[in-house]
Structures are given as C-alpha cells and as structure tokens.
Design a protein around this ligand. Structure first.
Ligand code: NAD
Length: 256
C-alpha cells in the first residue's frame, strides 16, 4: 500500500512547492508527495479553496507536513514573496511542480485577446516565474527538480481552442531548454504530458468533445489523477537522477 504514514519513502525530507494543488492532478501530486515523506507547500487561487484542501489532507493524515498559500503566480513579485516565505521556513526548496493551468474551448473566430493572454499568463508565464525563482534557491543549496504539467495536446495540437495547446507546446520548449541550461547547477527539469484525466478541467468540456477521445484510448479508460501523480513522484525522486529534458506521456497511448 502507498504509505499513508510515509512507508513508501521516495522523497524523504524533501521540500516541495506544487502550484494548482487544491484539486485534480495537483491535489493528487500533493498527497502522493506527502505520502512519500516530503514537506509540501501547495498554491491555489483563493483562501477558501486552499483551506478546503488543507482540511481534506489533515483528515486523511493529521501528521502530514503541509501548508497552503494563494499568491498570484502570474505576478513575479508575489512569487518571490511566497517562495521566500517557504525558504525561510524550511531552509531549502528541493522540488517545484508547475501544475496550475487553465484551458478554453473557444474557436479562433471567437477567441478574445484577453482570453488568449489569460491562458498564456497562467500556463506559461507563471511557470517561468516559479522556475526562475525556484531555480535560484535550488542553485544556492546544491540542486533540485523542476517538473511541469504539459499535455497530450503539446504533441498533437487540438482541433479547437488554440491558446491551450500553444501554451503547452511552449511548456515543452521551456522544459527542454531549462534542462539544458540548469543541468550544470544539478537542477533537473522534466514535464509530464497527461492525456484525458478525470478532473474538473475535463468535466467542463462537452460530452461531444470527450466521448470520441475516450473511446479511442487503447488502454480502454480515462486516466485518474493518481496515474499522473505516480509519474511526478518518479521524476521527482532520485530514481530519475539521470533523466532531464524529458516529456513523459501519461495518456494510455491515446491521441487527441
Ligand atoms: P483542475 O481545473 O482540476 O485544476 C486546476 C488547478 O489550477 C487548480 O488547483 C486551480 O486552483 C489552479 N488554477 C486555476 N486557475 C489558476 C490561477 N489563475 N492561478 C493559480 N492557480 C490556478 O485541472 P487539472 O485537470 O487538475 O489540471 C492540472 C494541470 O493538468 C493543468 O496544467 C492542465 O493543463 C493539465 N492537464 C490536464 C488534463 C486533464 O485531462 N485533466 C490533461 C492534460 C493536462
């Protein structure tokens, strides 16, 4: 059994920040890391949802070492402030998971400039902000791991809603480039590219869009947040110590 009490100790004593950790894939990553001996600070959008996630985790296991914050990660100053608070509390930041993301299902003809900017701001700029600030702390303490949530659409594109796949193609580009730039500082950078995963993001898509996609997944089902969290755990751990610049698909061999 994956250790509620930290029995599967793949991240002993590690300090991790997970963005978008209040629900879905991010919440599963937070829980997985806690179950594997990490101390986790997760970011959400507002106090209410952060508190709700904290209560859920503490009910699961009261000894989890977990903290929640809600900085605006699209704003560099707020990221600097939040990361400084984590560093001052724990003396290091070993792992940053850039997971927060939004999508929009809008056709090019109806796409507004504002909608496009919002997607790029969160899915790409926030990832840049947290990687930049996180890497500077990791460099000071001898290294670390940056992990990004990409998507299967970063490989295939998407038939509608072009901003989202564009942002995820860029996530892959940043992942591969930062892996090359930061390797010498002992910082590994990888991404996980989930397929169709059962979260609120998918619940918000139309049945018409999702049904044929799920039907075409060779493994015969939709993915669960835990399937994705397992990949993050592996890449965060020392088992992946020679893996950097990888985009790991977790999609049941599905194509969109
Ligand atoms: P979700 O909607 O369930 O969760 C999104 C998370 O992002 C939440 O924790 C939310 O608080 C956070 N978030 C949303 N807007 C934010 C903002 N403005 N600032 C900070 N945080 C914000 O979605 P999910 O499916 O768990 O998605 C998580 C990641 O996985 C995203 O990057 C998404 O693109 C990616 N992804 C999801 C799927 C899928 O099928 N669900 C597939 C591929 C990739």
């Amino acid at each position: 059994m994956i250790g509620k009490k930290g029995r599967d100790n793949m991240l002993p004593g590690k300090v991790a920040i997970v963005t978008g950790g209040t629900r879905g894939i991010g919440f599963a990553i937070v829980k997985k890391f806690l179950d594997n001996g990490a101390k986790v600070v997760f970011f959400g959008t507002k106090e209410e949802t952060v508190q709700r996630a904290l209560i859920k985790l503490k009910q699961e296991n009261p000894v989890y070492e977990v903290m929640g914050m809600y900085p605006d990660i699209t704003n560099m100053r707020e990221v600097e402030k939040a990361f400084a608070e984590v560093f001052n509390r724990y003396g290091k930041i070993d792992i940053v998971v850039n997971n927060a993301g939004i999508s929009a299902n809008t056709s090019l003809y109806n796409y507004t400039e504002e909608e496009f900017e919002n997607i790029i701001d969160l899915n790409l700029k926030a990832l840049f902000n947290c990687s930049k600030v996180g890497a500077s702390y990791m460099k000071q303490t001898g290294g670390g791991v940056i992990l990004n949530t990409s998507s299967m659409v970063s490989i295939y594109g998407q038939s509608i809603g072009c901003g989202y796949p564009a942002s995820k193609f860029a996530v892959n580009g940043l992942t591969k480039s930062l892996a090359r730039e930061l390797g010498r500082d002992h910082i590994r950078v990888n991404a996980v590219a989930p397929g169709v995963i059962r979260t609120d993001m998918v619940a918000s898509l139309s049945e018409e869009m999702i049904k044929p996609v799920v039907a075409s997944i060779p493994i015969g089902r939709m993915g669960e947040p835990d399937d994705v969290a397992n990949a993050f755990l592996f890449l965060a751990s020392d088992m992946a110590s020679f893996i950097t610049g990888a985009i790991l698909s977790v999609d049941g061999a599905g194509m969109c």
